[in-house]
Design a protein around this ligand. Structure first.
Ligand code: BLA
Length: 306
């Protein structure tokens, strides 16, 4: 049986959210990322039935240490969708965060929907992608299955949202050839981005394939639960132990249940001599000054930097 599934629809508007320059002009009140979340949920509800995820109860009312910061956490599951969760954080006159992701059941090998924005009065750091479950430089069949038909989207958004420049090199493996990775300055405000992608998913029955899907998803969760760039700020906002809870049981829920491999099993480069995990964010450092995929989604990055 084939069903259509909207991975999500995106509508982000940055106009009005930032005031440019002027010595730390504030973020205008309003919740632009809440608007995105509502939109994405509405779009998803048109296609499927969302059920609250058990993690929502515990995390829906996180109170940060500081009164000026507001957290908003929502999580759901649905047929085909193991976990769809969203976290927005807003600190008045300081920053706004959107971290929205959807993970399929392991019976499907759907990419992971990922919308991630960190905005300060000076700039916005944006990652919008269908993160591949399988590294597309290695798994050509996976690349063709999900990305070939949507490669033209890259041309469409590339001009408006140019490549953000050098990036932590490890991240590249989790990105797809259509990734929108961009940083824009507040002077570039008032841009509207609309992105709507639709995927067709067919349930997998092969046990070995399901197990493989599950392991790849677990690998992704393991990476982000350990190395996500947002983690340090999250610790500052709600303290180390609550941040860890949020990361393990909400943002990357499944990291403790979908698999038993450890971070070092997946990413042995991070092993220190005493067997602990290297705390560095990146072992390779930042690279990829320009978009490392061509118009057909072929990887053209520097092999050195992989
Ligand atoms: C910065 N977030 C970044 C950067 C990326 C991402 C690429 C730029 C720095 C870098 O090159 O690493 C996002 N990286 C991703 C995503 C993937 C990835 C989505 O590999 C997926 C595979 N961000 C959050 C949350 C917070 C947050 C919850 O999602 C804070 C509460 C903050 N992101 C945040 C901050 C920075 C950032 C503060 C800038 C600081 C820095 O670069 O270290």
């Amino acid at each position: 049986a084939t069903e259509e599934w909207v991975l999500a629809g995106l509508a982000c508007s940055w106009g009005e959210t930032m005031s440019g320059g002027g010595g730390g002009g504030g973020l205008v009140a309003g919740l632009p990322y809440q608007k995105f979340v509502s939109f994405a949920l509405e779009e998803t509800r048109l296609r499927t039935t969302l059920t609250p995820h058990p993690s929502q109860e515990k995390f829906k009312s996180i109170k940060p240490n500081d009164d000026n910061t507001v957290f908003n956490a929502l999580s759901f599951s649905a047929p085909k969708i193991r976990l769809l969760r969203s976290l927005t954080i807003e600190k008045k006159n300081s920053f706004q965060v959107l971290d929205f992701a959807a993970f399929s059941e392991p019976e499907y090998d759907l990419p992971i929907f990922c919308a991630n924005v960190f905005t300060t009065p000076a700039q916005s750091i944006v990652v919008l992608d269908l993160n591949p479950l399988y590294d597309t430089t290695v798994h050509k069949d996976y690349k063709d299955k999900y990305y070939r038909s949507i490669m033209p989207l890259v041309h469409k958004y590339n001009k408006l949202l140019p490549w953000g420049g050098k990036i932590t090199s490890e991240s590249l493996k989790f990105f797809s050839p259509i990734v929108i990775w961009t940083i824009f300055e507040s002077t570039e405000h008032n841009h509207h981005v609309w992105l709507e992608l639709m995927g067709q998913a067919i349930k997998e029955n092969n046990k070995a394939t399901i197990a493989r899907n599950q392991e790849e998803q677990h690998k992704y969760l393991t990476w982000r639960a350990e190395k996500d760039p947002g983690y340090p700020l999250l610790k500052k906002l709600i303290g180390e132990s609550r941040a860890e809870d949020l990361v393990m049981e909400f943002l990357f829920e499944g990291v403790n249940t979908l698999g038993t491999k450890s971070f070092l099993d997946y990413f042995p480069d991070y092993a220190r001599d005493d067997g602990s995990v290297n705390k560095k964010r990146s072992m390779i450092g930042k690279s990829f000054e320009t978009r490392p995929w061509d118009a057909n989604g072929e990887f053209i990055g520097d092999a050195e930097a992989q």
